[in-house]
Ligand binder design. Structure first.
Ligand SMILES: NC(=O)c1ccc[n+]([C@@H]2O[C@H](COP(=O)([O-])OP(=O)(O)OC[C@H]3O[C@@H](n4cnc5c(N)ncnc54)[C@H](OP(=O)(O)O)[C@@H]3O)[C@@H](O)[C@H]2O)c1
Length: 234
């Protein structure tokens, strides 16, 4: 889809990758950018429309859909992570909490805005996923599982929304330098470069963007004799 003159809604856009999306959308000529935030007072970016939107609250999502009826691009970006494996004592509780935001809220927002996208000509849905949707080494076990589920959701929505001509793009990437990865001493991309690749892909009509080399490598390795999602020899 063309971003110039589009009307975008980005969830969790007061900071991190969501904020980088809001800024790049403005730079590419979006007519309006709704910045969803749990607390609209945390939205400091000029030129956007702050919107109270805790994606875990059905009443917030319904109110956003009632107000932002001009939206042509929805970016499901809001997400949470917590390190730890499935054998930890509190893993079930953690998994439920993470799935609430990273899976059920993506479903909720997508359902609420699908009729709006349809009424506005189709538009696009961009879901922020992760390389962790394909590999799960147990360090971020529940997070990875939630992103696998969100990947599957994205694929189903692509088919279901094709009848109303809505483009559905899944964005996968490895580590990005934001608050979410502050404790990780690993190579990281900048939010700006990941977002630029995602929006280039959206404008090129792609279904999927693999925004860094590691993610491309993991995807290529899925069909290797020893696939990338299995533990690799040291
Ligand atoms: N950073 C990475 O390495 C990386 C890699 C792959 C994928 N991702 C994905 O990229 C997305 C953005 O991550 P990030 O790195 O930018 O994280 P971040 O810096 O921690 O920002 C997370 C954003 O999500 C918002 N959020 C969390 N729960 C929310 C809720 N219930 N309702 C509305 N907003 C909520 C936060 O709002 P508050 O300010 O109110 O907390 C914040 O704006 C996530 O989906 C993440 O899984 C990140």
């Amino acid at each position: 889809m063309k971003i110039e003159n589009s009307v975008a809604l980005v969830t969790g856009a007061n900071r991190g990758i969501g904020l980088a999306f809001a800024r790049d959308l403005l730079a590419r000529g979006a007519r309006k950018v709704y910045v969803g935030a749990r607390d609209p007072a945390t939205v400091t970016q000029a030129g956007v429309q702050a919107l109270r939107l805790d994606v875990n609250k059905p009443e917030d999502v319904a109110a956003a859909a009632a107000l932002a009826t001009d939206v042509t691009l929805v970016i499901n970006n809001a997400g949470i992570a917590q390190p730890g494996g499935f054998l930890a004592a509190d893993s079930e509780e953690i998994a439920r909490r993470i799935f609430e935001t990273n899976f059920f809220a993506v479903l909720r927002v997508s359902k609420a805005f699908a009729p709006i996208l349809k009424a506005n000509g189709g538009g696009a849905l961009l879901n922020v996923l992760s390389v962790a949707s394909w590999v799960n080494g147990g360090e971020l076990a529940a997070y990875s599982a939630s992103k696998s589920a969100a990947w599957s959701l994205t694929n189903a929505l692509r088919t279901e929304l094709s009848t109303q001509k809505t483009q559905v793009l899944g964005l996968h990437m490895a580590y990005v330098d934001t608050d979410l990865t502050r404790g990780f001493d690993v190579p990281k991309s900048s939010a700006e470069e990941i977002v630029a690749r995602a929006l280039d892909g959206l404008e090129a009509g792609l279904d999927e963007v693999l925004a860094d080399e590691l993610t491309q490598q993991v995807k290529r390795g899925m069909t290797a004799p020893r696939p990338s999602y299995l533990p690799q020899a040291a």
